[in-house]
Design a protein around this ligand. Structure first.
Ligand code: 13P
Length: 249
């Protein structure tokens, strides 16, 4: 069985002091398990605090929520992959739906970001997912394929081998309306086939969108899910500690 990955996307929450207090609560509540990893994506300003707090826990990892593709320079407000590495980050979210739909990020942007992240040695976690109108029009797989092609075509095989994909239907993010395990599985199967066809031997595909303590067991019962990417339900350390200990399958 593939190793499960529970990823917490804190979005624009938890400043450094809040992050330290969170981990003081979380760490004693969650002992490492051999079958899963837990990753935290704090705001960039809190990355160093998180990396420091989890330094003795190899099962835990920090990651950056977004990067700009240039390594350094006059790009006010931006964070590059090499800068994130220096904060202890080991991964990067790319193309999250809020980056695409609030900040206007394109497939071309995601391609440059994935390449920059992989070149810096971070694990790219590429987020894909359709809008409600696209789902209703039967275009889910076409949209997801376009996003995969846009971000991953031309990526060297060694870099492609490290990519994790998170399927996050936009209509399920922060809405309390999650995809059913069967809905998610159909898209995961498609993503996995896409990656396998391009040579990734062990594709890992996460589901995200209104994952919480009530639905996590049903979602993880679905073999196509290798884990979850969680926003709101990851912000409370006690709840998150409980969620990441959910027994799967
Ligand atoms: P919610 O879990 O709050 O729906 O957010 C999902 C998400 O966007 C994680 O990246």
């Amino acid at each position: 069985m593939r190793r499960l990955l529970f990823a917490a996307n804190w979005k624009m929450h938890l400043a450094p002091a809040d992050a330290r207090a969170y981990l003081q609560n979380f760490l004693p509540a969650y002992a490492a398990r051999t079958d899963r990893d837990v990753w935290f994506f704090p705001p960039a300003i809190s990355l160093e605090a998180v990396s420091h707090a989890i330094a003795r826990r190899p099962d835990l990892r920090s990651g950056v929520q977004d990067v700009y593709w240039e390594p350094k320079g006059a790009f006010t407000g931006a964070v590059s992959a090499p800068l994130a590495v220096q904060t202890g980050a080991g991964a990067a979210l790319i193309g999250h739906s809020e980056r695409r739909h609030v900040f206007g990020e394109t497939d071309g942007d995601t391609q440059k970001k994935v390449a920059a992240v992989a070149a810096a040695g971070l694990v790219p976690v590429l987020c894909v997912g359709e809008l409600l109108a696209e789902r209703d029009a039967g275009k889910t797989l076409a949209v997801v394929s376009r996003q995969l092609e846009g971000a991953l075509t031309d990526l060297p095989a060694a870099a492609l081998a490290t990519v994790v994909v998170a399927y996050e239907p936009v209509w399920a993010i922060g809405t309390g309306r999650n995809a059913t395990p069967a809905d998610a599985a159909a898209v995961h199967r498609h993503i996995r086939q896409w990656l396998r066809a391009r040579g990734q031997a062990v594709p890992r595909v996460l589901y995200g969108g209104s994952v919480n303590l009530k639905n996590i067991a049903d979602l993880l019962a679905e073999d196509e899910l290798d884990g979850v990417l969680v926003g709101g339900a990851s912000l409370d350390p006690a709840g998150w500690a409980q969620l990441v200990q959910t027994t799967a399958r």
